[in-house]
Design a binder for this molecule. Structure first.
Ligand code: NAD
Ligand code: MN
Length: 502
């Protein structure tokens, strides 16, 4: 049920391999396994047990259903303290958790994975802060009537997680538990390890059995079974638009509500009056961090014509210098491998399509990064060169489809009206960024851009107090912030007759 896994730091840890149900690691009812690969070498790290889509999904849902009334009725102060305790345990275990996350996902340990884990603790603390502040409204239509609202948990929430931020996306979905629901989580098949390791901390913190359950498995089997389960009252999904569409259909079986955090192709506008150097740095960070596997990544950059050439050149120089490619354990490395061979090939095929359609390669391109091509150990890893495709217009495939890799496309515009039109010329609507010193233009853009998030003079900042989510094909519903609470509760209207007679 456990396997000793060597860590790049030299130590080792015990990786749980089973399912986590009722606060225990238990064996799957089937013999299917999910192999987790070290993305930087292509070698298998560990094989976890996949849940049986019928027997084990039922087991986990039963556990969560039985735990629900007790958890729902646990006093708020006690729930709050449990969340805080868990956040504290995450902080105390940050080194191991970050190493597991780095090993499993290929995220550079020092510059990426560690920040993710500290973010997990922060998200838990943020929602701990809401637990004892839940409130409804009351109304006084006349002296003989009192009316009020109460916000109640939905029951059992199915949480389906993507590979790009395995523990961070899990942590955002703890809103479900903070609002009094119990949950069944399914990890992405590429990254099953860290959530299983994290699960023991949930038990150690003192959460009652059944509140938090974890299943490994493929989307087509276990994910689908969760989406269609009649014992599940809501789906919180983060992943691709194509799967989001499927889930919305499947969930119709019992009309369970869904929140869908899907893909994006977020615009990034740079005006000639912007702080040039800052615009270069933020633009790079908005797409080249996390190997470009960022749903809200500002991957579609348009620059005002008078500074276009200068900007493309400066961006290429900055990315080349600062976004050091290499193995995730190296503390200098900022860009590690992509998650899988499939993704590596998919991203490269987009770069190829871009080149075939006449885009100019201003940085990167096809093939392995130099630092990797010469490494015996890492040349079989899933690396892609940080790439800038210039002279792109909205017509190019690379400007329309989500690449989900370290690739930015750059084109030009001359007027604000043209820039706004090009920004909104997308089926997606998740993030957006504008770089300008003109406050009127900046706020006008924030108002008119078709997106769930707008960054003015930055890109992909994160504050847990703000809602995260998209419009159009980027999905619906919000996570984080006070708005996030509403997606995991029902509001009930209560009428109290204080003496009105018929
Ligand atoms: P994916 O849609 O392939 O998988 C996401 C999850 O859904 C995985 O756990 C997978 O097993 C599961 N799944 C797959 N098929 C399923 C099915 N038929 N029924 C139920 N579950 C199923 O996405 P991915 O490739 O892991 O992640 C990349 C995508 O996620 C990108 O498009 C990215 O933009 C998006 N993403 C969005 C956000 C956001 O907040 N908007 C955040 C991160 C990633
Ligand atoms: Mn892996």
């Amino acid at each position: 049920m456990f396997q000793e896994v060597q860590l790049p730091s030299g130590g080792s840890y015990e990786q749980p391999l089973g399912l986590f149900i009722n606060n225990e690691y238990v064996a799957s009812s089937c013999d299917e396994i999910i192999e987790s690969m070290d993305a930087s070498t292509g070698k298998v790290i560990a094989a976890v047990q996949a849940a049986d889509a019928k027997i084990d999904v039922d087991r986990a849902v039963d556990a969560a259903r039985k735990a629900f009334p007790g958890w729902r009725d646990t006093p708020a102060a006690q729930k709050r303290d449990l969340l805080l305790k868990l956040a504290f345990l995450v902080e105390r275990n940050v080194d191991t958790l970050a190493q597991v996350e780095s090993l499993d996902s290929g995220k550079p340990l020092a510059t990426n994975a560690k920040g993710d884990i500290l973010g997990v603790a922060e998200a838990l603390k943020y929602y701990a802060g809401w637990v004892d502040k839940a409130q409804g409204q009351s109304f006084s239509p006349d002296p003989r009537t009192l009316t009020y609202t109460i916000h109640q948990p939905l029951g059992v929430v199915g949480c389906i997680i993507p590979f790009n931020y395995p523990l961070a996306m899990m942590a955002w979905k703890w809103t479900a538990i903070a609002t009094g629901n119990t949950a069944v989580f399914k990890s992405a098949e590429q990254t099953p390890l860290s959530i299983l390791y994290f699960a023991q901390l949930v038990k150690e913190a003192g959460f009652p059995p059944g509140v938090f359950n974890v299943l490994s498995g493929t989307g087509a089997k276990v994910g689908d079974a969760i989406a269609r389960h009649l014992g599940i009252d809501k789906i919180a999904f983060t992943g691709s638009t194509a799967v989001g569409q499927l889930i919305q259909q499947t969930a119709a079986v019992n009309l369970k509500p869904v929140t869908l955090e899907c893909g994006g192709k977020s615009p990034n506008l740079v005006f000639a009056d912007a702080d040039f150097e800052q615009a270069v740095k933020w633009t790079a960070q908005g797409i080249f961090s996390n190997m470009g596997q960022i749903c809200s990544g500002t991957s579609r950059c348009f620059v005002q014509d008078s500074v276009y050439d200068k900007f493309v050149e400066a961006l290429a120089k900055h990315v080349e210098e600062k976004y050091v490619v290499g193995p995730p354990a190296d503390p200098k490395v900022v860009v590690g491998p992509q998650i899988s061979k499939v993704q590596q090939e998919r991203i490269q095929s987009y770069i190829k399509k871009g080149m075939e359609q006449g885009c100019r390669v201003a940085l990167g391109g096809l093939g392995l990064p130099d630092a990797i091509a010469n490494s015996q150990e890492h040349k079989s890893g899933y690396f892609v060169k940080p790439t800038i495709l210039a002279d792109v217009t909205s017509k190019h495939i690379v400007a329309r489809e989500e690449i989900f890799g370290p690739v930015i496309v750059v084109g030009k515009f001359s007027t604000y009206e043209e820039a706004l039109e090009v920004a909104n010329d997308s089926t997606y609507g998740l993030g957006s960024a504008i770089f300008t010193q003109d406050i009127t233009r900046a706020h006008d853009f924030a108002n008119k851009v078709e997106a769930g998030i707008c960054y003015i003079n930055s890109s992909n900042q994160l504050d847990f107090a703000l809602p995260f989510g998209g419009v159009k094909m980027s999905g619906h519903g919000r996570e984080l912030g006070e708005y996030g609470l509403a997606n995991f509760t029902n509001v009930k209207a209560v009428y109290v007759n204080l003496g009105s007679k018929l």
